[in-house]
Design a protein around this ligand. Sequence first.
Ligand code: ADP
Ligand code: MG
Length: 298
Amino acid sequence: ATPLAIASGIKTATDRGIIVTAEAVFEDAPEIETVVLDKTGTLTEGAMSVVSVHGEHPDEVVRRAAAVESLSEHPIAAAIVEYASDSTASSTGAATDGGTAAVDPDTFDRASRGVSAPVDGAETVVGHPDLLRERGLSIDAEIQRRIEATRDAGDVPVVVGWGGRARGVIVVGDTPRSEWRETVETLAADRDIIVLTGDEGAAADRFRSVDGVSEVFDGVPPEAKAETVRRLRRRGPVAMVGDGSNDAPALAAADLGVALGSGTKLAGDAADAVVVDDDLRAIPETFQIAERTNGRIG
Ligand code: ADP
Ligand code: MG
């Protein structure tokens, strides 16, 4: 493409809320054979919310989880922190005064499948059931049943544990974006579409057996996403689309990394293009603009 075509392409993209950070986007996009779409925050709205809380002491479960999540930027963290502040506001003063535990950022641990930190002296782990097992916390039959029921409903079970065992489940809902099918259909006309998610069950399954989706890889922890992208690249050029709270390595591993959402500074650094207007349809448009810039279509 000529410098003038590139300048014009950058302007068209900017007008559509697509910030192109690498000129190579225009050269690379038309070559892409596989588009990998992250689920949370990309195919789904990313504004997750707490559906329900389970456990013997649900208030304690929420209070501890919110304390740890206050240091995380994951959509799940935002949902739990907001839920905790809403329920604190709606309870009567004295009982919850000083109820929000403070967590020392130096003790905070961001794992790929959750977070942990000491709260009131007890290491509190919040996240995927596998993370709790990894940390040696046991999960009893009742909590296991709740995890399965949550997945069957298409929601995400966030398990909270301290003192050697899981003590509760925070059910977090994850709504697919209204434009996701249309976007996948448009992209799939010329490319293979792969959906990538750390979740299991119906939350992942709802993207299966949809026209245009070649494969759904579920139960993939964030650190394995980059490896998945590298593996797919052996078949041909790959674009990765992610929201970026923890997709930055996968975006960087792709031939073309597109970050969705403006609040993702980290991913912005790893991405070749950033969609700031929060509309998934900007992804196929990025490909169209690139093709026009290269003079492939009229
Ligand atoms: P996706 O693959 O759908 O984009 P992520 O890779 O961001 O989702 O996270 C996968 C799973 O890891 C989440 O569904 C959740 O179980 C767990 N997880 C990640 N970050 C957090 C967090 N801050 N708090 C609780 N759970 C988390
Ligand atoms: Mg994600």
